[in-house]
Design a protein around this ligand. Sequence first.
Ligand SMILES: [Zn+2]
Length: 110
Amino acid sequence: MSARDESRYSRYGECACCGQKGPLTGRGLVPAHHRRYRVQGTLGDWPTEAELVEEDVRMVLATGAPYTVVAARCGISTRRVNRIVARWRLGVVAGAGPVSGEVLGPVRAA
Ligand SMILES: [Zn+2]
């Protein structure tokens, strides 16, 4: 792998599918496995970091916690919580088109 490839991965850790240690792609997979799922057409089964953050925000918000607490619990800024909620209000969910109705409820069963 070239130095240029390395720079594409901001995280180092355990692959989401098998626990192998290495640089991780945006979906938490080592590059070889990211490629494998892309080729298989099942890459969408592995949530992106942004999707995972949104899921966390959704779960903590459901407890009725204020945005500042949600931000602290999810390790993000209050501003980012505001942006995520604003996007939900507009009916835009990451990876999916506009949705109707229950945008503030859980999208996936946890
Ligand atoms: Zn893996």
